[in-house]
Write a protein that binds this ligand. Structure first.
Ligand code: AMP
Ligand code: ZN
Length: 465
């Protein structure tokens, strides 16, 4: 399989460090609010990479963190008058729910920054001992110039960075030896969470978290490091500097970065305010559709979010589900006859074509085009007097190729059930809030869909009529 490596700017054959195993680290969200659908892109794309590598026989160790200590979390906690952990735990739970609904599998490990502080302190100490870091007034800085390879991922030159940075005046700037130096450990401010360290009470810098968590859960060298393209600089560049300086070895073999999800051709982001949360979109479309939409473009191409494009994805997915239903119906009447070799071969050829697309830097757009070829083949060849073996072959292949992309091929009862549960929960909340109009509206909506609610002592029960 070939992967485009941001480091070398070319597609390279994926060769794992240890045969048959792949360690992948994906930078996860900062949990101060619901995730938006821009954040969902790396989640879906790299979950698909994981699924494909597993299909190819790799044992994948997939690690993705939650950044649960950060200025934005602290700000939100202060606004609500609660502890920062209340905010981060709330939004970790919400992010997990969204990931589940988008069929993003649980990572092998989802480490949280706040649970890894001793390792971070250890790494800072190693960097100080090796002369790569220094402390001033409780802040520890990384001595960027000391790391010869700085800029190798983002292909930036230190002198250009320096002149670009000259005008910047950030607090603490004066105490740095060089304005390219970045923070590894910062002293606590009033009202902030903190941990004891040899440099006083404080908390780690963001970049440090990923260097430590990837080391702990994968190793000094990881196979694939991934995230959105905005992370290339400075985040990933700084991770490389810290890890390679501390561990004395290459940090990651392959660097993969997804392009942005855009809206009106601008990056979707919290700071620009032009975002939709996954939760909001989930009320308009099944999140399966969003997953299908995300994968309909290659991960390195920018993708514009619009209702029209999502509708197109919905129609496309619908065609696949209908083909599966038809094939399942046909199977019931299929005959025990010998399948046509030529037809079987055609299906096998499509599988090969699909694999070739995925092997080419995870080209899910082309892989989906192959699924549509299979749908057409199915629709034109499956009918009366069809052999059972051929019908099963088509069905198994449709299920397989969709499954690798994390796309369910059935209008899932489970999905529907979840929707019902969610509405019931919302109704309970509405009742608690004494919003009886909303509660009744939900009951009626469910009734229209053939769902009857029963309020019992054990809680609300529901049944389909
Ligand atoms: P953050 O919580 O901002 O650190 O982002 C979490 C992940 O989402 C990172 O990998 C980002 O690169 C990615 N990301 C944020 N916004 C977008 C976007 N509009 N399109 C694609 N990826 C994004
Ligand atoms: Zn990271």
């Amino acid at each position: 399989m070939k992967l485009y490596n941001t480091m070398t700017r070319q597609k390279e054959e994926f060769v794992p460090i240890r045969e048959g195993k792949a360690g992948i680290y994906v930078c996860g969200p900062t949990v101060y609010d619901l995730i938006h659908i821009g954040n969902a892109r790396p989640m879906i794309v790299f979950d698909t990479l994981r699924r494909y590598l597993e299909y190819r026989g790799y044992e994948v160790n997939y690690v993705s963190n939650f950044t649960d200590v950060d200025d934005k979390i602290i700000k939100r906690a202060n606004e609500e008058g609660v502890d920062a952990s209340v905010i981060s735990e709330r939004y970790i739970a919400e992010a997990r729910k969204d990931m589940h609904d988008m069929n993003v599998r649980e990572a092998t490990v989802h480490p949280k920054a706040t649970e890894e502080i001793p390792d971070m302190i250890q790494m800072v100490q190693t960097l100080i001992d090796k002369g790569y870091a220094y402390e001033v007034n409780g802040t520890v800085y990384f001595r960027t110039r000391r790391f010869q390879d700085y800029g190798k991922l983002s292909h930036k030159n230190l002198d250009d960075l320096r002149s670009g940075n000259r005008e910047l005046k950030v607090s603490g700037q004066e105490e740095k030896e060089d304005n390219l130096d970045f923070v590894l450990w910062k002293p606590k401010k009033e009202g902030e969470p903190f941990w004891e360290s040899p440099w006083g009470e404080g908390r780690p810098g963001w970049h440090l978290e990923c260097s430590c968590m990837s080391k702990k859960y994968i190793g000094d060298v990881i196979d694939i490091h991934a995230g959105g393209e905005d992370l290339i600089f400075p985040h990933h560049e700084n991770e490389i500097a810290q890890s390679e300086a501390a561990n004395g070895t290459e940090f990651a073999r392959y660097w993969m970065h997804n392009a942005f999800l855009k809206i009106d051709n601008e990056k979707m982001s919290k700071s620009l305010g032009n975002f939709f949360t996954v939760r909001e979109i989930g009320e308009k479309y099944p999140l399966q559709v969003i997953r299908f939409f995300m994968l309909s473009a290659h991960y390195r191409s920018p993708l514009n979010f619009s209702d029209d494009l999502v509708e197109a994805a919905r129609n496309g997915l619908e065609r696949i589900l209908t083909a599966v239903e038809r094939a399942e119906e046909a199977l019931k009447q299929a005959e025990d006859s010998q399948p046509d070799d030529g037809q079987i071969r055609k299906v096998d050829e499509l599988v090969e074509k699909y694999e070739a697309a995925m092997d080419d830097d995870l080209n899910t757009a082309d892989a989906i085009a192959v699924i549509f070829e299979l749908v057409r083949l199915s629709n034109t060849t499956i009918g009366e007097h069809i052999s059972k073996a051929y019908c099963e072959k088509i069905l198994d292949t449709l299920n397989l190729l969709c499954g690798i992309l994390g796309i369910e091929t059935h209008r899932e009862e489970a999905l529907l059930d979840e929707e019902i549960e969610r509405l019931i929960e919302e109704r309970q909340q509405a009742r608690k809030d004494k919003d009886f109009a909303r509660a009744d509206a939900i009951r009626n909506e469910l009734q229209d869909k053939g769902i009857i609610l029963e309020d019992t002592r054990e809680g609300v029960k529901w049944k389909k009529i």
